[in-house]
Design a protein around this ligand. Structure first.
Ligand SMILES: O=C(O)[C@H]1O[C@H](OP(=O)(O)OP(=O)(O)OC[C@H]2O[C@@H](n3ccc(=O)[nH]c3=O)[C@H](O)[C@@H]2O)[C@H](O)[C@@H](O)[C@H]1O
Length: 431
């Protein structure tokens, strides 16, 4: 009789070959032996796979424990401190995309008035991450913790809701930029669709459910030519994948409002600009190039028509975000069950006075005291729309929204920040 070890690890190939020269009994015995050997082999393989899988999950959780930037008693304490409310009737807000342009400004404004704020940001490298790190330092200095993590990390989101019963979520994390969608389409799906759904799943299961205010975009108006753009206008002709994912976000949030009773407010931002802004946007990259003596490319539309945008200053957007949070109304569900209808709102947040792009450049030239080298080209078919113009009467009625900063004034503040942030103030001629 071979030992078990020999059965499992036959040293000689063909050792189990049936010997035809012997009788039926022996044949049957051999067959049986071979079946039982196969059975033992199967058992062994199953055991091996199971132990591999459990080892793998041990390694995964172990490495997460050792390398994650979140978790642990100390971390939870920091999260709770940051979420602490310091005014009567205040709110505790989870701000996603907190190290982004709008996220930073909104977080600071909430903190300043006594609300609790916890930030979340994945610090991706769509644009210079050092600017995001600088914004994070600014937030930290003002008592706002920014947790480093991705929207698609459901465990992290659930943990944050375990630690803090957020009353509100200000969802600003997104893959922004209209033209970049042709280069990296999947990043839009990852953040603006998958990330949004992950967040909504966690919010719907939270008990109590938070109210959600989130950033949609003026780009959902796509190829519409009726101006100004009103929330009731059609939004089924997006010109870019970016716009399409924002439009999808509006539909997705509607279903979560309908099924789970989540209070949802979508904000259609109109080309937001200002200090600490996004380097990929035209006003920012034009400033950089003008100062460096490099040419700027100005797109022009059909029949040589100038493009125009309803450029909106960051402080006006912050007012719109806070007004929306303050009037959001409550979610009705708990633990994934709807208990009644909750508000579902969509607001334009724009400046209501579009400015042509060449005029934006004129203003920058005046503030920078440097002439731009203009390179005017026909608008490539890359997702741009010819103009935007907001009708803001809904937001006006709902929370008295009234933008107060014109482009001239707003760009002056931006340029002042830019020169200081990039160290131009110490150089001659640019004071
Ligand atoms: O409201 C929005 O929902 C969006 O606003 C912003 O998109 P846009 O309005 O396209 O802003 P931005 O890129 O600054 O281009 C401004 C103008 O300069 C023109 N433009 C641009 C680049 C260039 O090199 N030349 C040029 O003429 C360009 O043709 C355009 O006419 C946000 O980026 C976007 O994330 C989203 O939030």
């Amino acid at each position: 009789m071979p030992s078990l070890e020999e059965e499992l690890f036959p040293s000689t190939p063909g050792k189990f070959k049936i010997d035809r020269g012997h009788g039926m009994n022996r044949h049957f015995h051999r067959c049986f032996a071979s079946t039982s050997t196969m059975f033992l082999w199967a058992l062994f393989l199953i055991a091996l796979t199971a132990s591999y899988l459990s080892f793998q999950s041990f390694v995964d959780s172990g490495s997460r424990y050792f390398s994650a930037s979140w978790g642990g008693i100390q971390w939870e304490k920091q999260v709770r401190n940051s979420a602490q409310i310091h005014r009567p009737g205040g709110m505790s807000v989870l701000v996603t995309g907190a190290a982004g342009f709008v996220g930073t400004h909104v977080s600071l404004a909430l903190k300043k008035r006594g609300d609790g704020v916890v930030g979340l940001d994945n610090f991706n490298n769509y644009y210079d991450p050092s600017l995001k790190r600088a914004r994070k330092s600014l937030l930290n200095g003002n008592g706002v913790l920014v947790v480093e993590g991705d929207l698609n990390d459901a465990k992290l989101l659930a943990k944050l809701f375990d630690v803090v019963a957020f009353t509100h979520v200000m969802h600003l994390a997104a893959q922004a930029g209209v033209r970049y969608a042709m280069e990296n389409p999947n990043s839009y799906v990852h953040s603006n669709i998958a990330g949004l759904v992950t967040l909504l799943e966690v919010c719907k299961s939270a008990n109590p459910q938070p109210s959600i205010v989130w950033a949609s975009s003026s780009s959902v108006y796509g190829l519409n030519d009726k101006v100004p753009f009103s929330e009731a206008d059609r939004t089924d002709r997006p010109a870019s994948l970016y716009a399409a994912t924002k439009k999808a976000g509006e539909e997705i949030t509607h279903t979560y409002n309908h099924i789970y009773g989540l209070s949802i407010t979508g904000l259609r931002f109109f080309t937001v600009y200002g200090p600490w802004g996004r380097p990929d946007m035209a006003y920012f990259s034009f400033t950089r190039n003008i100062l460096q003596g490099k040419p700027i490319t100005i797109y022009r539309g059909k029949n040589r028509a100038d493009l125009a945008r309803d450029f909106t200053y960051i402080d006006d957007i912050v007012k719109g975000c806070l007004g929306s949070l303050d009037t959001s109304g409550k979610s009705t569900g708990s633990g994934g069950k709807k208990k009644g209808n909750a508000p579902f709102r969509i607001f334009n947040l724009g400046n209501t006075s579009p400015v042509k792009v060449p005029e934006l450049v004129n203003i920058l030239e005046r503030h920078l005291k440097v002439k731009a080298k203009r390179n005017i080209v026909d608008m490539p078919g890359n997702g741009d729309v010819p103009f935007t113009h907001a009708n803001i009467s809904y937001a006006q009625r709902a929370f008295g929204y009234k933008p107060t900063t014109d482009l001239q004034t707003g760009l002056k503040k931006f340029v002042k920040w830019y020169l200081s942030y990039y160290g131009y103030n110490n150089r001659q001629g640019l004071q």
